[in-house]
Structure formats: C-alpha cells, structure tokens
Design a protein around this ligand. Structure first.
Ligand code: ADP
Ligand code: MG
Length: 691
C-alpha cells in the first residue's frame, strides 16, 4: 500500500473506531485517517499546573482540577431543572451549574476527580456556568494529564478523552506517512518545521512555542497552496491569452482630457497610467480599481472607455442596479456625446422595442459603449468588436461570470471597480489573480461630512433641520430599511413615510419616492428629477446605496440606522459630501444589540472607509465580510486572513516566485506540490498545469 493509500484508509483502521463511532466521526467531517490527523484542536489546556480554586480570578477563563464534593439536582419555581455540583481542591471550592440537563447527574459521583473549564463568575459563591468538563481516571494519565492537552470541537455522543485517544493513535502510527510537499530548500529558508513534526505538535505540543511553530507551518501550507493556485491562474492567463492591443494615439483621449470639468487627483492620474499600460499590452488586462466612496472612479472608467473606443473597439459597463446603470448612462452620455461617442443603455425592464434596437446597433457597431445591469450578461448580445469590460461596484455582483462576456476570439480587457476598501492582503486573497490599483485620496475641496447619532424621539428636530437645509437650496435623502410596512417588524417604511411626510411635515416641499420595486421608467424619472433639482427630498430605500452622485444633496438621514450594516451605512453616507457644501449624515436609531451600538459608534468616530472596513471585520469576523459565495475563493480551514496576514504575504511571495521559476511545476522536487494542488482544488484546475 502506498503512503497516500494508507492515509486514505477509513478512520475505522484506527483501533477503537467501530462502525457506530465511525458514523459519529463522520458528523465531524472525519472519514479517513488523514482527516483524523488534520482534525485540529479548538484550544488547549495546560494541565501541568492548574490554578488553585482559591486563587481564581473572576471574569477570566480558567481550568481547574478538583474533587466532586456534593451533588444537587432540583427544579426551580419556574420549572427549570438545575444541576449543581461543588468541586474543591486544597485551596477552596466552587460551584459548577448546568441548567436543563438533569441527565447529567447520572455521570457524576461524589469523590470523583474532575477538570472544569469556563469563565469564572461570582454570585453568592465562585461559580462556573455550564463548564466543559472531563473526568480524571487513573488510566492514560500521560495522554490526558500533566501536559498541554488538546481540546477538540465535539458533537453529541463523543467526548474529549475518546477523540484525544484515537487522534493520538492516528498520530503515533500514521503521522510519518504524510508526505511533505514543501521543497526542502524553501522549508529551510523559511525555518518551518517538517510537516510530520508540525502535525504531531499541533495536537500534542511540548510548550506554547512548539504550538506556535506547528501552527505557522500548517497555515503556511494552506496559504501557499492557495497562492500557488492564484499564481498559476495568472500565469496561465498571461500565456494563453490573446489579449487586445489598444492603440494609444489619437485625438479622442486628448479632447476628453481637455473637456474634463476638473483637474484629476494624483491618485486618479496614477491609476489611469496603470490601466493605460495594461490596455496597451497584448495580454488581457485584469485589474481591480479600489477607491473609497466619492474618490472619483467613474471618471477613470470613462477614460478607459474612451481609450478603447479610440482604438476602434466597443466597450461595456456593468452596474449592479438599474438606477446606477441609468446614472452612468446619463453621466457618460454627457461626457462622451460631445466627442461623438455613442452610448447605449440596456436593462431588464426596458421596452422590448428599444431593447431590440439597441441590440441591433451594438451588433452593427453603431453603438460604441453599452451600459447595463446583469441583463447585459443574460441577453444574447453580440458586439462587433468588444475591447473593454468595466464592472462597477463589483462587490455587489457576487461571483462574476467573467467568461460570459468573453466570447470566442480575442479576450477583452477587464476593469472591476469597488468602493469596499479592504486591507491589501485581504484584497490579494480574494481578488488574488487580479492586479490592484488604488485611489488613495478624495478630490480636493471636499468639506468633511458631519455625522450625528440621534434618538427616535428627536426626529422632529431632524425634520426642522431638513426644512432649513432645503430653504438654503440643498437636497436631502431620507432612507428607510423597508419599502412597505411589514406585519412582523414595527419599522417605518419608505412608502408610508413618503405620504406621511408629504402631508404632515414638508407640505410646501417637493418630495420623491424611490425604491427597488418601482418600474424602471418610473425610477429613471425620479432620479432625473432629483438630479435636476425638481425634487427637494428623496425618500428611499437602500437602492440609492451604491454609486448615486448628486453633488447638491447635502443631508443623508437614515432612519432605523441600527438595521443597516456598517458598509451599507458608509455607502449611504457616501451619497453626500460630493459637492462644495457642508454635509450632514444623521443616523436615527435605537440600537438594542451590542453589535448595532458598535456600528453606530464606528460611524460617528470616522469617515475613513479603510478604517471602517477593518472595524467591520472586527465586529463581524472575517468569514462574514464577504458572503461565502462572493469571491469563489476556496475556504480557508486553518489560517485566518486577518490574524495571519503576514504569513499570507509570505506565502504569496514564495508561491509567485515558484511559479515564475517553474511555470508548470515540472521539477521533480515539485511533483508533490502538483499532487496536492490536484487533491485540494480538483480537476477543473488541473488544466492550469499543462502536462
Ligand atoms: P465613486 O468613486 O464613488 O464612484 P464618483 O466617480 O461618483 O465617485 O465621483 C464622485 C464625485 O466627485 C463626482 O461628482 C465626480 O464628478 C467628482 N470628481 C471626480 N473626480 C474629481 C476630481 N479630480 N476633482 C473634483 N471632483 C471630482
Ligand atoms: Mg461609483
């Protein structure tokens, strides 16, 4: 049997795993011997020295060892069953309490030794609430006692001692069968542990340092493999790709620049250079343009569109909402029509006839630029010569099916834009095979936005303030979390509030209503009116969250602000502060949960999108930052992109340099890496390595 075959053996191969236990292990995702070896501890307990019970500190987590002195099971007046034990050592005693688990009494006996782990509390007495526990027995003491002991994630009908025992058996017998794919030279250079040793130490570390080194090695492996995949994808694309060469000469770009209503910021100049270089090259461009809300990404996109058209190509722009697509259509038409560039719009809810005409004009080449939503992808559109695809607000799209617009023949250049600023390493992880350009600063002359948190009771004052702002010529957004009142949620909703505000608060003002369920023509009309200042107050839902650009709007009121996510609030606030007027963001809320409070506080503390993104990560945890299917990147099991950021950078550097030096991983010392890549990422990616 080869080494791999042994590792692929059923976990039943291990003594103590029968068919019944095997089923339980399956629930933990453990099927093979390898799975057992890679089933990692959730935490550790240092059982070399226990904290004496008499010296526990309230509020800290602690592990104690003691003897069961007393047992007590009873029912409270409200019918709750309470199981309480007193556990003591030489220094003192504490109470351990479990609610509604009367069956536990069966397992506990006075005089038995027990280990408890929980947060230390003090009510009448020092206490642990539903602690994790493990009985101490005479046998196996060297595995479960007197050392740093691994604590694994469990499921019902399986306990720590059992799992620890069989994992220890697997480690003893099969750890050395795990092939170490990391080339020796690289391992030495980075001073990483051999894999066998790392696996042994991650389960049963000698000390804290040994655990840290083991963790580092395993996380490096995981990140390295992931970055190798990205590096391979990128080099594969560069090789195979017959990209488009955009020719840079011509009057269009020059005229466009001359007609710009403002001077570009240094960041805009810089990213335009980067984009230009990509577009001029023969390989296809794959670039992510990051820039905070209001940093001026649209004009950069417009510039690249003009470049493409000047070179005789057509270009497409995709936006996540119809409203935004329409806005781009208006903005870009205004900028580009004077240059004789024809711009078209294609969205799902358009009249069939208009749509057909647009499709015809695209095919014949009459239209130079097409702007749309997903409809662009869904329609069977044919372009004469597609040169560039721009995707705005990429984070709103979810997984982008780049291939759809990439029909046969030449591969168009590709520019994605996002206003979700994320730490660089995270961006590299998520958009890892894209090149990244960042707009760092906002255009000059912007006044800072003042943000206020206001309680529901003070809403009258807010309305008064709105009237004053409108009187001085400004426009206002008021955003609600719902379109219509719902039965279950007692929240104000946009439709109802629109009528109410019109009749009760803003009698002489011009109000508009905008939400996602309105017909497209209706939405467009409202947006146009707001833009032309025929509407003073736009009552809306989060449909205006992304992209909308009305410089005269200076007030953003968000009601029930506690219902919105941090990035949503930041995006909403980004709708104001776009012109020369002082702007005000007013968050009306009654935060009940701790997280909601933190979000509002973060909004009041800073308007820096980068910092907010980091706080968002803090509040939510990195896993939830992007929806799971958002980026299509494989899930990381061991490492954490935020906490282990430096390791990710290290792994990236090494992975990319390895692929540069051995693009198909042909060298004998890379054979195992090849194999691992296949195992990890499956057959669809095998094609990346031409055999
Ligand atoms: P976003 O990056 O959020 O998409 P936009 O492209 O909508 O930002 O730009 C925000 C506003 O800033 C727009 O009104 C735009 O015309 C303006 N703007 C963009 N670049 C500059 C600049 N260099 N100087 C002044 N205003 C600018
Ligand atoms: Mg934008």
């Amino acid at each position: 049997m080869s080494q791999t075959e042994v590792l692929n053996n059923s976990a039943q191969y291990i003594k103590g795993v029968g068919p019944a236990r095997f089923k339980i292990l399956n629930r933990l995702g453990i099927h093979t011997v390898r799975d057992l070896l890679y089933y990692l501890p959730r935490r550790y307990e240092d059982r070399r020295n226990f904290t004496p019970i008499g010296r526990l500190e309230v509020g800290n987590y602690a592990t104690v060892k003691g003897e069961i002195i007393k047992l007590n099971l009873w029912r409270s007046k409200r019918g709750l069953s309470i199981f309480k034990t007193a556990v003591g050592d030489e220094s003192g005693a504490l109470e351990a309490i479990w609610f509604n688990q009367p069956f536990m009494k069966r397992y506990f006996k006075v005089g038995q030794e027990i280990i408890l782990y929980a947060k230390v509390e003090k009510h009448r007495q020092v206490q642990m609430n539903s602690p994790e526990y493990e009985f101490v027995t005479g046998k196996d003491s060297s595995l479960h006692m007197g050392r740093i002991v691994p604590i694994y994630p469990l499921t019902t009908n399986i306990n720590q001692r059992y799992l620890r025992t069989i994992i220890s058996r697997a480690v003893e017998s099969f750890c050395s069968y795990i092939p170490d794919a990391l080339p020796y030279v690289l391992r030495k250079k980075l001073e990483l542990l051999p894999l066998t040793l790392a696996l042994r130490s991650i389960h049963f570390p000698q000390d804290v340092t040994a655990r840290a080194s083991a963790y580092k090695r395993l996380v490096f492996d995981e990140f390295f493999l992931f970055q190798l995949l990205l590096a391979l994808k990128k080099s594969h694309r560069a090789k195979q790709a017959q990209g488009i060469v955009h020719n840079m000469g011509g009057k269009l770009v020059e005229n466009f620049q001359k007609a710009l209503p403002f001077k570009l910021t240094p960041s805009q100049e810089k990213v335009i250079k980067e984009i230009e270089n990509d577009m001029r090259a023969s390989g296809p461009m794959n670039r992510l343009l990051q820039g905070d809300v209001g940093s001026g990404k649209t004009i950069v996109a417009a510039y690249s569109l003009v470049l493409s058209v000047q070179s005789g190509f057509q270009a497409a722009v995709m936006a996540p909402t119809e409203i935004l697509a329409e806005q781009h259509y208006l903005t870009l038409s205004k900028l580009l029509l004077p240059l004789n560039i024809n711009v078209g719009l294609l969205i799902g809810s358009m009249a069939l006839k208009t749509k057909q005409e647009t499709l015809k004009d695209l095919k014949s080449g009459v239209l130079d630029i097409i702007i749309g939503t997903h409809a662009l992808l869904e329609e069977n559109i044919q372009l004469k010569r597609l040169g560039l695809v721009v995707v705005d607000e990429q984070h709103k799209f979810g997984v982008i099916q780049r291939s759809l617009l990439r029909k046969k023949g030449e591969i168009p250049d590709y520019l994605v834009m996002t206003a979700t600023p994320i730490p660089r390493t995270l961006a590299m992880t998520i958009y890892g095979d894209l090149d990244i350009s960042t707009i760092k600063e906002l255009p000059k002359g912007r006044l800072p936005i003042s943000t206020f948190g206001v309680k529901n009771e003070a809403i009258k004052d807010v309305y008064k303030f709105i009237r004053e702002e409108v009187a001085s010529g400004r426009q206002v957004y008021i955003v609600y979390p719902l379109i219509n009142k719902s039965q279950t949620l007692k929240l104000k909703a946009a439709s109802e509030m629109y009528n109410k505000l019109k009749q009760e608060q803003f009698l002489s003002l011009r109000l508009g209503l905008l939400h996602g369920q309105m017909a497209s023509g209706e939405k467009e009309k409202i947006m146009r009116s707001f833009k032309q200042h025929k509407i003073d107050i736009l009552v809306s839902t989060t449909v205006i969250e992304v992209g909308i650009d009305i410089p005269n709007a200076s007030v953003m009121v968000v009601e029930h602000a506690e219902r919105f996510g941090l990035s949503q609030l930041h995006q909403l606030r980004g709708r104001i502060g776009r012109g020369p007027h002082p702007s005000y963001c007013i968050l009306v809320s009654d935060p009940k949960t701790e997280k909601a409070k933190l979000r509002i506080e973060a909004m009041l503390a800073t308007s820096d999108g980068f910092r907010l993104a980091e706080q968002d990560l803090d509040i939510r945890g990195p896993g939830r930052f992007f929806g799971p299917a958002q980026h299509g990147a494989p899930e990381l099991k061991i490492g954490n992109v935020i906490r282990d950021m430096e390791l990710m950078e290290l792994a990236r550097g090494e992975a990319f340099s390895l692929v540069r030096s051995d693009p198909n991983l042909r060298a004998p010392e890379h054979a195992l890496i090849r194999q691992k890549l296949r195992e990890r990422f499956g057959s669809e990616n095998i094609g990346l390595l031409s055999v």
